[in-house]
Design a protein around this ligand. Structure first.
Ligand SMILES: [Zn+2]
Length: 113
């Protein structure tokens, strides 16, 4: 697995981060990456919706977990969804469906509410 985790921008709000086991404080991304070790099976995993979990080993041996909002990926997905919504909507409008009805239909099609 790679030593270089995600885009550092989405890490920034996670600091400072304290190791609960030994009390070491990591003030920022660089500090954290430089002073901790990657786990053998990788740094990252997909967390609950809209988040990514980053794991690093503190020199004390404890694993530090940072939960990140995966802003980048989800804004991309949001863009695609909005685009798709518009495309679907325009098809219904071209077919003469009333706009308010068309919006309801597309919401159903896309499983939105
Ligand atoms: Zn520690």
């Amino acid at each position: 697995m790679t030593e270089e985790p995600l885009d550092r921008k989405i890490f920034e709000h996670a600091f400072p981060k304290e190791c609960k086991a030994c009390g070491s404080i990591y003030n920022n991304y660089d500090d954290f990456i430089k002073n901790t070790e990657a786990l053998a099976n990788g740094d990252l995993s997909q967390g609950p919706k809209r988040s990514v979990l980053a794991y690093r080993n503190c020199p004390c041996g404890s694993t530090i977990t940072i939960k990140l909002e995966d802003l980048r990926d989800y804004s991309e997905e949001g863009k695609e969804r909005r685009q798709l919504f518009k495309e679907k909507l325009s098809v219904h409008l071209e077919n003469g469906v009333d706009e308010a009805d068309a919006i309801e239909i597309v919401k159903k099609e896309m499983d939105l509410d």
